[in-house]
Design a protein around this ligand. Structure first.
Ligand SMILES: [Zn+2]
Length: 607
């Protein structure tokens, strides 16, 4: 706050001079002079690594002295947040024939370079590579993850359809992995347009890489640090991919990439993991604990399904991608949520998990929905750009996944299991993507309705997609022989957060004014038992709540340890409404429901 005020004062003092030096803004169209023969060189050697940066040299030809506006993307497609990659640019310079060329900033994300004459212009800068997420550029002493949207600027306002070359300069013995297409010389690549160029991240340095043919295409796993994803854990991931990728391809009847790379970084700065899709690769950043974890197969299956759904078949609002502003769409519940649904399906259809685990995943999605404020998936799709605090900003993943299942069931039920959501996805892929366009909301619902034999989904849309009504879990899932029951009951809320294990459970936070605080409890207490129940063995507190359901006692005893002594606190009993749900395959389902269910689990219809 204070710093901002000092800066403002400095700017005001300087403004008369600055205004006199600047050309009039009205004469500036915001469109760059055309550039051609665009080449980027990325230098990442041990000197750059020591500085945690990638050195970028960009050369291009100009036809005259008109200003060239070089813009950096403000976001990376798929990572729906404005990141303004220009903020990591330092040491910017421009030259012609070895002499420097004038430049200034056109806006905060765009550099304006003023060529002195027609010919080649050379621009150089360093890109700070000390941020780690799935859309970032990040350097270690022997390694760099590079995302093209970060550090490959484009000519503002000009067509993005021109080709460009990328050459990588690195240490002898270091490797490069990328989905970019080789262009002759070592570590030199060429793509036909800016979209493809920036959608193909790179690993540079020391890392592990191996490959296999899956669904007729070479598939690679590139992982950093070397040696981290190895042995049985690597085998298990390969085994997962061997099942899930063909299952995903069968939805569309085509495997659309030339080859595919699964990029994986394991680093202790990451909790859990996240990944970002590209047309022929995905970049995942994971905690070291993710090595060998079964859920990683689900993450990778999700990202790979994006190779069809969103990298190719995409809402019209994001076709073509633009890089200077957000591209909100109401349809992320299809692009992300359905992708989560199909990751679960690919796992069970490909044999990576069994049908019980599929049900467990589904149950997890529903639990997330029930535990989040009611939100429309269309609103959530739009709002993710600002990550609102009032709702779960990513609810369109879980709710979209469950909506995918519900629509799949309704289509199969209405068509006598002759059609499915797979037909909708394949139809949109062929009707929109293969014709060079995105799909609209109307096209989506028309395709759903057609697959369901003309059934109207207007009310479904109004209530569950545009609206915030609770989803019709039991009525629809029953059509697929899945039983879902919710039970409400009144039981005490203690008002604490805990952490620990079966030996020892600590209070890590208190709800202000909650029952535990009211009974004299403190953060740091070690809990032995609550209401006579050893909650160390059931940290969900379910047994405890079960035992105290509808209790008319005024207080319950909490046996705790504090400062080496054992105490018993009297905690007021405050009953609240809890819900309990259970999900099972219905053994008594009708033959039709069983056909729908097995069609979903196997990826088949009865045609
Ligand atoms: Zn996704």
């Amino acid at each position: 706050m204070r710093r901002a005020l000092i800066l403002l004062a400095a700017l005001l003092a300087a403004s008369p001079v600055a205004a006199a030096e600047r050309p009039p803004a009205a004469a500036d169209s915001g469109v760059s002079a055309p550039i051609r023969d665009v080449r980027y060189q990325l230098t990442f050697d041990s000197a750059a690594a020591a500085m945690r940066q990638v050195h970028v040299t960009m050369t291009f030809a100009v036809g005259g002295v008109a200003p060239v506006l070089l813009a950096f993307p403000v976001w990376a497609p798929g990572h729906y947040t404005v990141l303004n990659f220009a903020r990591w640019v330092r040491g910017f310079g421009a030259a012609q024939d070895g002499d420097s060329v004038a430049w200034d900033k056109w806006d905060y994300t765009t550099w304006r370079v003023r060529p002195r004459h027609a010919g080649t212009v050379r621009v150089e800068f360093d890109f700070a590579a000390d941020t780690l997420n799935d859309a970032s550029t990040w350097a270690r002493p022997d390694f760099a993850l590079v995302d093209g949207t970060n550090l490959l600027p484009y000519a503002r306002g000009r067509s993005l359809d021109g080709p460009a070359t990328v050459a990588v300069k690195t240490e002898p013995g270091w490797k490069v992995a990328t989905g970019m297409h080789p262009a002759g010389a070592a570590f030199t690549y060429r793509e036909a347009n800016y979209h493809d160029l920036t959608d193909m991240p790179l690993f540079i340095g020391r890392f592990d890489v191996d490959s296999e043919q899956i669904a007729g295409k070479w598939t690679r796993i590139a992982s950093y640090p070397a040696g981290r994803l190895a042995g049985e854990a690597r085998e298990r991931l390969w085994h997962g991919l061997e099942g899930t990728i063909p299952a995903e391809g069968r939805v569309f009847g085509v495997t659309p990439y030339d080859d595919y790379t699964v990029f994986m970084v394991f680093d202790s700065a990451i909790q859990g993991g996240s990944a970002l899709e590209h047309q022929s690769s995905n970049v995942g950043v994971y905690s070291p604990q993710a090595v060998g974890a079964p859920w990683v197969v689900n993450v990778v299956a999700h990202e790979m399904f994006h190779a069809w759904n969103v990298k190719r078949l995409r809402p019209a609002a994001m076709v073509p991608y633009r890089y200077d502003a957000p591209q909100p769409t109401t349809l992320l519940w299809v692009s992300e949520g359905f992708t989560s649904y199909y990751a679960d399906l690919a796992e069970v259809r490909g044999g990576a998990i069994d049908s019980a685990a599929f049900l467990q995943n589904l149950y997890g999605h529903i639990q997330t929905i029930l535990g989040s404020p009611a939100a429309s998936v269309e609103d959530a799709s739009l709002s993710t750009w600002i990550q609102p605090v009032a709702t779960n900003p990513y609810i369109y993943y879980d709710k979209g996944a469950v909506l995918g299942l519900l629509l799949d069931v309704l289509i199969r039920d209405a068509s006598g299991n002759r059609a499915s959501l797979d037909d909708v996805m394949r139809g949109l892929y062929q009707g929109a993507y293969l014709r060079g366009r995105g799909f609209t909301n109307d096209e989506f619902w028309t395709a759903v309705s057609r697959a369901a034999g003309g059934r109207s989904f207007a009310e479904f849309y109004r209530r569950y997609v545009d609206g915030r009504d609770s989803l019709p879990y039991d009525s629809v899932l029953g059509l697929a022989g899945i039983h879902f029951a919710v039970r409400s009951y009144r039981a005490p809320r203690v008002g604490i957060s805990t952490a620990g294990d079966t030996a020892s459970l600590h209070v890590t936070a208190l709800v202000p004014g909650g029952a535990y605080a009211a009974g004299g409890g403190q953060v740091g207490d070690t809990i032995v038992s609550l209401g006579g129940v050893d909650v160390r063995k059931d940290q969900s507190f379910e047994t405890f709540r079960h035992q105290w359901t509808d209790s008319d006692q005024p207080t319950l005893p909490a046996v705790i340890r504090r400062g080496g002594r054992e105490l018993t606190l009297d905690i007021p009993v405050r009953l609240e409404t809890w819900t309990n749900s259970a999900m099972t395959y219905d053994a008594a389902a009708t033959p039709k429901a069983i056909r729908v269910r097995s069609g979903i689990l196997r990826g088949t219809t009865d045609r």
